[in-house]
Design a binder for this molecule. Structure first.
Ligand SMILES: NC(=O)c1ccc[n+]([C@@H]2O[C@H](COP(=O)([O-])OP(=O)(O)OC[C@H]3O[C@@H](n4cnc5c(N)ncnc54)[C@H](O)[C@@H]3O)[C@@H](O)[C@H]2O)c1
Length: 374
């Protein structure tokens, strides 16, 4: 029963529907923008060029140089391009990397972002920015980087390779899982998180085939999951993925997919509402195992080893995770993190039995004063 909480709504305009990316010009009108830089990854340049063509003289150009984890030099180049083209805003067409590049430009020049997501990562719903320099990823929160308008067009996710579609959806699910036990959760957040998780899990099987309803459902779920990511403090799961992705340059969504079942197993004994919500969504009393089996059946990676992460690097991750406090419903000692990572590295199923043993975990500890981001 919720009796005491805070909730901060984000000022966000959302347009949702198949084909709605043809209405980017209307969003420019709505925001009073006259000259926008269209951002994309090199792989999505053709899509960005189509968007720029549709905007005519209101497109200042296409900058298709987004890269995962926003390397510092990539952010510098995009900010310079926006300035030299005298852009008054950015249209970020792509996944979390492209939207992250838009955020880096917004952070420097304060330019508003129209986000047109093509994955399920959820970055478009958050005021969280990230940047990587010398192998270290730094993140922060700034209202200036929150996109002003978001256009969700499920048609744009048709081209996602099946494996990326599945792992990206699980990335969204991870936001919902950690929001369900966040120290700053609220009844609104829990409603959105469980509904987002339900939509994602329902969509997952259809994402490997030609299923428009599944794509729309996953995008709706990713909206909700991104919104709860933006509104709460993330915990052990996001901390682990942040270190694994930022330090070892591993693929973001795939890392989330491999790690999530293991973190659910470790945290479930200390996070009953999360475990209950996930059990309802997955139709299983052992949600960590059910999730691990589901993603495996859908062809997603199940081991960090196959993503290029070596067991000899486990100690480095344990050390990095332990080096700064983070919010988590359970106290997870270094040895438990080490064994979680070894299981994940080797592709073993999550250990729902052993981590629930008395003494392995202590009850929730209070949230640290500084937020863990991403
Ligand atoms: N700040 C936040 O709130 C937040 C939230 C989630 C993720 N992120 C960040 O986002 C990044 C990961 O984003 P991501 O997982 O969306 O991947 P991504 O944006 O890096 O995209 C991965 C690859 O898929 C391609 N791609 C994207 N959409 C496609 C489509 N519809 N069809 C075909 N190819 C497509 C891209 O061009 C790229 O090559 C990470 O750096 C992560 O930290 C940030």
């Amino acid at each position: 029963m919720w009796t005491d909480f805070r909730y901060q709504a984000q000022p966000m305009r959302v347009v949702f529907g198949a084909g709605r990316s043809s209405e980017i010009g209307d969003e420019l009108d709505h925001l009073g923008l006259e000259r926008v830089l269209v951002l994309a990854t090199p792989e999505q340049r053709a899509l960005a060029e189509r968007v720029a063509d549709s905007l005519g003289s209101r497109a200042a150009g296409v900058h298709a140089h987004a890269r995962m984890h926003v390397p510092r030099e990539t952010a510098d180049a995009a900010a310079d391009e926006a300035r030299s083209q005298r852009a008054d805003g950015c249209v970020a067409v792509g996944g979390g990397s492209t939207i992250g590049l838009g955020k880096a430009v917004a952070l420097r020049h304060g330019l508003p972002i129209i986000a047109v997501p093509t994955t399920y990562a959820g970055s478009e719903m958050t005021p969280v920015w990230g940047m990587t320099e010398n192998g270290v990823k730094t993140t922060g929160r700034d209202p200036a980087v929150l996109p002003r308008s978001v256009i969700y067009d499920p048609d744009l996710t048709r081209s996602l390779p099946p494996e990326l579609a599945v792992t990206s959806a699980v990335n969204a699910l991870a936001h919902a899982v950690e929001a369900l036990y966040a120290p700053d959760a609220s009844p609104i957040i829990s409603l959105m998180a469980e509904e987002g998780a339900r939509a994602i899990v329902a969509a997952l099987p259809g994402l490997t085939g030609d299923d428009d309803a599944a794509r729309a459902g996953a995008l709706y779920g990713s909206w909700l999951c991104g919104a709860v990511l933006g509104a709460t403090t993330m915990s052990l799961h996001h901390k682990l993925c942040h270190v694994l992705g930022g330090t070892f340059d591993l693929p973001h969504a795939a890392v989330h997919t491999v790690v999530l079942p293991h973190v659910v197993a470790v945290n479930a004994p200390a996070a009953a509402p999360m475990a209950a919500a996930l059990s309802r969504v997955l139709g299983s009393d052992t949600p960590a195992t059910a999730l691990w089996e589901l993603t495996g059946r859908l062809g997603a990676p199940t081991s960090l080893g196959e993503l290029g992460f070596a067991e000899t690097d486990v100690a480095r991750v344990v050390e990095a995770v332990a080096s700064a406090p983070y919010a988590n419903p359970a106290e997870v000692p270094g040895e438990a993190i080490r064994s979680l990572l070894v299981r994940a590295q080797q592709g073993e199923p999550p250990d729902e039995r052993a981590v629930a043993a008395p003494g392995t975990l202590s009850p929730a500890r209070p949230a640290p004063s500084s937020r863990y981001e991403r």
